[in-house]
Design a binder for this molecule. Structure first.
Ligand code: AP5
Ligand code: ZN
Length: 214
């Protein structure tokens, strides 16, 4: 099964993708994670992307389409993948269709996670992740079971993203409404869109997604 998780920054795409990875054995393809890895590694793509990401703007279509084209060709994607943060523009959506068609694959479903704007800023600014395994947490909504210790790997080191500050989050939201929100209509018209209530607690959102996926 190949699916897209669509929603604004902080909607819970990464959180729900991790659930789907552990429950259904799908692969999570997060362009945000891939770009952050490129920035960390200091590659040419990373150098180009860093300032754009820090400003909360979108990295160029050509760069992210190139990254995804290469990634979905890897053997671990053959049984299905979750696109988290891609596509983000109509151009990326068109490129994805072409890529999938070339490889004889198709898109099964697009899940839109709907969340009120005022909640998003709080979610993003309270977020942190395990520095070792990348498990996601939140200052209030999703604390580790033992304070300061990652539930998944036991590490005691955590990091916060450079673009998770209130000002950059607002720019990211603007980019979402300008460039990404039109994809909701695009996928609705194709009969692929299902919406879930991302204001509900994490477990309830997971349940709604399970219901959509069957
Ligand atoms: P990216 O990494 O994709 O960031 P984003 O879309 O802004 O999404 P986030 O990761 O911030 O949010 P999320 O929906 O995954 O929420 P999460 O589950 O963490 O992109 C970063 C940048 O890279 C972009 O700005 C751009 O520059 C560039 N980029 C990436 N892809 C690109 C593309 N395709 N084209 C161009 N540029 C691209 O949840 C947030 C917090 O809320 C967590 O702490 C979580 O615990 C908590 N939470 C989650 N769900 C709930 C719930 N139901 N109730 C309460 N709390 C919850
Ligand atoms: Zn961990």
């Amino acid at each position: 099964m190949n699916l897209i998780l669509l929603g604004p920054p902080g909607a819970g795409k990464g959180t729900q993708a991790q659930e789907l990875v552990s429950k259904r054995g799908l692969v999570q393809l997060s362009t945000g994670d891939m770009l952050r890895a490129a920035v960390k590694a200091g590659t040419d793509i990373g150098k180009k992307a860093k300032a754009v990401m820090d400003a909360g703007q979108l990295v160029s279509d050509d760069i992210v389409i190139g990254i995804i084209a290469e990634r979905i060709d890897q053997p671990d994607c053959k049984d299905g993948f979750i696109l988290d943060g891609f596509p983000r523009t109509l151009k990326q959506a068109a490129a994805l269709e072409e890529l999938l068609a070339q490889k004889g694959k198709s898109l099964d479903v697009v899940i839109e996670i709907k969340v009120d704007d005022e909640v998003l800023v709080d979610r993003v600014s309270g977020r942190y992740t395990c520095a070792k395994c990348g498990a996601g947490y939140h200052d209030r909504n999703k604390k580790p079971k033992v304070e300061g210790v990652c539930d998944v790997c036991g590490s005691t080191e955590f990091t916060r993203r450079a673009d998770d500050n209130a000002e950059t989050v607002r720019n990211r939201l603007m980019a979402y409404y300008r460039e990404t929100a039109p994809l909701i209509g695009f996928y609705f018209a194709k009969g692929k869109l299902h919406s879930v209530d991302g204001m509900a607690p994490i477990e309830e959102v997971t349940r709604q997604i399970d219901e959509v996926l069957g």
